[in-house]
Write a protein that binds this ligand. Structure first.
Ligand code: DP6
Length: 358
């Protein structure tokens, strides 16, 4: 492995949006959740992270840049992901460049990581999900890790819980698992990206400002203070995930929309039940909910589902292209860009596949 060389891998990973939310950890350091969650992975064209990882004997330490700015890798989460991937590294041979790296060499070699998001970081658009999934996926490629996507998801989970679901496209379930060491807390694909092709996802960016309360600290406070969270995790989510899986398998939009909206609303109710209360949605978010609810009730069947993560931005899932175009018309009419609402952009997305751009 001696000499002057550099080996690089680039990968692209989309973000995912939970339709049954993860909110609360039973183990903070291993990132083990208090309930199962289900998400849909977006099209990588619209909301994704692109990460390039490089290794060279000339690198003196592990370093990382996010959107062009160097960030510290000293955090426990980065270190967990790097450690877990390094432990699984295998021999790599690149005949073209005359490079041979043995399993043992990986312990001494340092990596440089450069990551770009094509959407606002930490504004409730699940940037950490795409980020850690892409980090783990690209490092695994670089180090020739043989683990499958589910096993890699258990590593990405240690970077950020929701990241484990971005290792797959389509509909994905994060199984909370029972083991204390977290070995069975991983993601599985429920249905691939082609399964429900009619759905169209529109993200209404109400605000791209960074959120005040991070998901990590918000959910910690909810676990410590919210009784509703205990009820939700034990009584509500187990039944709801079964129904959601059925709705997805049967492409039953009415049931899917009902469950998605109810789960988003309950998650935000848990935030309100937290002491001190956490407000992620704002007036514009509430107006979007009313607008969708009224429209759905005026039709024979629901046309659109809404869900909000730890921020005010609305993720709207339309049953088909016709409903999506009607939805866009309504959004533009009720929330004209640059009017007194601070909402000024709409991002369109479909479901996605994980792309290996390396
Ligand atoms: C509201 O995965 O960002 O988006 O595990 O502490 O990194 P950490 O939290 P994170 O939380 C996501 C919360 C959510 C719901 C979800 O994606 O399921």
């Amino acid at each position: 492995m001696a000499g002057e060389w550099i080996l690089m891998v680039t990968a692209q990973t989309p973000t995912n949006i939970a339709v049954i939310k993860y909110w609360g950890k039973r183990d903070e350091s291993l990132i083990l959740p208090v309930n199962d969650s289900i998400s849909v992975t977006l099209d990588p064209e619209h909301l994704c992270t692109t990460t390039t990882v490089a290794v060279s004997p000339s690198f003196e330490q592990d370093r990382m840049w996010l959107n062009g700015k160097e960030i510290s890798l000293s955090g426990g989460r980065f270190q967990s992901c790097l450690r877990e991937i390094r432990a699984r590294a295998t021999d790599v041979e690149n005949k073209e460049k005359g490079i041979k790296i043995s399993k043992k060499d990986w312990e001494k070699l340092h990596v440089h990581i450069s990551s770009f998001n094509n959407f606002p970081t930490a504004a409730g658009l699940a940037s950490s999900a795409a980020g850690f999934a892409c980090l783990v996926f690209s490092l695994a490629k670089l180090m020739n890790v043989k683990e499958d996507h589910s096993q890699l998801s258990a590593i990405a989970r240690q970077g950020s819980g929701s990241a484990c679901r971005s290792l797959y496209g389509g509909f994905v379930k994060w199984i909370m698992g029972k083991e204390e060491n977290g070995s069975d807390s991983l993601a599985v694909q429920l249905a691939d990206e082609k399964h429900w092709g009619e759905l169209v996802i529109i993200i209404a960016v109400v605000s791209s400002r960074q959120k005040e309360t991070s998901s990590t600290s918000g959910m910690r406070e909810s676990v410590e203070t919210s009784l509703l969270l205990q009820h939700r995790a034990k009584e509500v989510v187990p039944k709801r995930t079964v129904k959601m899986e059925e709705a997805i398998q049967n492409r039953d939009f009415a049931s899917f929309a009902g469950l998605t909206c109810a789960d988003s609303n309950q998650f935000h109710a848990v935030c309100l039940d937290t002491c001190p209360p956490i407000f992620y949605m704002n007036d514009t978010s509430h107006r979007i909910i009313s607008c969708v609810e009224k429209w759905n009730r005026s039709e024979e069947a629901p046309q659109v589902a809404y869900t909000f993560d730890a921020g005010p931005n609305a993720v709207l899932i339309a049953r088909n292209r016709k409903a999506a175009s009607l939805l866009l018309q309504r959004l533009l009419y009720y929330f004209p860009p640059n009017a007194d609402t601070d909402m000024n952009s709409y991002v369109l997305g479909d479901k996605s596949i994980l792309k290996d751009a390396g």
